[in-house]
Design a protein around this ligand. Structure first.
Ligand SMILES: C[S@@+](CC[C@H](N)C(=O)[O-])C[C@H]1O[C@@H](n2cnc3c(N)ncnc32)[C@H](O)[C@@H]1O
Length: 280
């Protein structure tokens, strides 16, 4: 199987990365409930050396560093130069943190140098997942725990299905991507995930499928604008070559659809997420 992740590198550096950089605060608010579950299951401890896989704009790296301070260390590794540039700015001067711009699938990590590995949505993008996880495992102390979050079933994730449905009604549907290809839903089947981990030499794999409420803030218009820049609505708009007026039509339609998720605490979007743990 090919282990070439250059397509993902280009996507996360040049296409998606600048948007994640622009939307960092909103994305962090939205996804914090997922990170909270990762921290709960990871049980990081003071003094640990942690690898954060697909560290993006740096939020998870910073929060992990808080948990292992004062003498622990977190290495954030990401393939996206644009997202890593923001992460560098955000972590500048912060003790116990370093960032590397790297493809974790084949980066030459120091062998057995991490006490824990964590990731929020950063492990579903490898061309050869078994080889990538084997490379990560080799960097872990034997017995160390990896903990990561990955999206579960597509129909249980309206953060994706609602924009896809509304976009289809406004601009039409783009060709359906192969959900097994590297991408957000590549790990939706728990059996496939355990096969990848055991193939990479991990043991004691546990996969919990949790219902999480994403925090969409309190402004449906802002959330729908975000959704039109990232994910299925963005793909549909770009495929259709939509102009500004059509984009605004879709934003308004999505804004209306977001009302379904209004609660007294703000917009809460149900999500189904696998939280996976395994030992090196
Ligand atoms: C969905 S984003 C999640 C970012 C971050 N973990 C978060 O939760 O905000 C996926 C991240 O994985 C990174 N990524 C994808 N393939 C990678 C690879 N082979 N090596 C390192 N990072 C990778 C992307 O650049 C991107 O930052």
């Amino acid at each position: 199987m090919s282990s070439d992740n250059s397509e993902q590198r280009d996507f996360w550096s040049d296409a998606a990365g600048p948007k994640w950089v622009r939307l960092q605060a909103q994305m962090d608010q939205l996804m914090q409930p997922v990170l909270d579950v990762v921290w709960d299951r990871a049980g990081l401890a003071q003094g640990q050396r942690v690898l954060d896989v697909g560290s993006g704009t740096g939020t998870s790296t910073l929060q992990a560093a808080d948990q292992v301070a004062p003498d622990g260390h977190v290495t954030g590794a990401d393939i996206s130069d644009s997202m890593t540039a923001l992460a560098r700015t955000r972590t500048h001067g912060r003790p116990g943190v370093s960032l590397i711009l790297a493809d974790v699938a084949n980066h030459a990590f120091q062998t057995q140098s991490f006490d824990a590995v964590v990731s929020r949505f950063g492990v579903m993008f490898f061309a050869d997942s078994v080889a990538a996880f084997a490379n990560i495992r080799a960097a872990m102390v034997p017995g160390a725990q990896i903990t990561f979050a990955a999206w579960a079933d597509i129909p249980d994730n309206p953060f994706f299905t609602t924009p896809a449905r509304i976009a289809k009604s406004v601009v039409g549907a783009p060709p359906r991507p192969d959900p097994d290809a590297p991408g957000p839903f590549a790990f939706r089947e728990a059996g496939r995930v355990s096969g990848i981990l055991s193939g990479a030499g991990f043991r004691d794999t546990q996969i919990e499928t949790l219902d999480v409420l994403l925090d969409g803030g309190s402004d449906p218009a802002a959330l729908s604008r975000t959704m039109c820049q990232i994910g299925p609505a963005d793909v549909a708009l770009r495929f259709a070559g939509a102009d500004a007026a059509t984009t605004e039509t879709l934003e308004n339609a999505l804004c209306e659809a977001m009302r379904e998720f209004e609660t007294p605490d703000g917009l809460r979007i149900p999500a189904a997420v696998h939280v996976v743990t395994a030992r090196a």
